[in-house]
Design a protein around this ligand. Structure first.
Ligand code: FES
Ligand code: FES
Length: 150
């Protein structure tokens, strides 16, 4: 079957199987920043934004995304640069495997509530696991990013 998606502002059409997940369709079509981890909705590294809300793409059938707006990190380049700067300054970067999903979730939070406090940040990021960092420096970097009006 064919589906029409808007990905990072571009209209795309894909030929998919009815039982294919969005994660597989995106990776097959070279959106490789969308990563595979647990494949069972537990780790969050496959997160994309669907109509600006973070969703684990391993849990969504591509067929249900007809005409939806999908965002990957390639679509929010400037925001990613800002966040990466704070991650670098605060030493929040390690292997980086979780970074694209984390950036998308944080960007979505910024759209929804740029005045979020640290507890709200932690709560919003509860579905995004990081195996390396222990989160403290990441959360500090995210607070700085949320306060960045540039
Ligand atoms: S790969 Fe989707 S939540 Fe882990
Ligand atoms: S930095 Fe390695 S998984 Fe997060």
């Amino acid at each position: 079957m064919k589906i029409n998606l808007r990905i990072n502002g571009q209209s795309r059409q894909f030929l998919i199987e009815p039982n294919e997940y969005l994660l597989d369709v995106l990776r097959k079509n070279d959106y490789l920043s969308v990563r595979r981890g647990c494949d069972n909705t537990s780790c969050g590294v496959c997160t994309v934004l669907i109509d600006n809300k973070p969703v684990p793409s391993c849990s969504v059938l591509a067929a249900r995304c007809e005409n939806k707006e999908i965002t990957t990190v390639e679509g929010i380049e400037k925001e990613v640069e800002k966040l990466a700067k704070y991650f670098g300054e605060l030493g929040a970067d390690q292997c980086g495997y979780c970074n694209p999903s984390m950036a998308l979730t944080v960007y979505s939070l910024k759209l929804e509530n740029k005045n979020a406090n640290i507890e709200e940040v932690k709560e919003y990021l509860v579905g995004n696991l990081c195996r390396c960092t222990g989160y403290v420096a990441q959360h500090e970097a995210i607070m700085k990013y949320l306060g960045d009006e540039s």
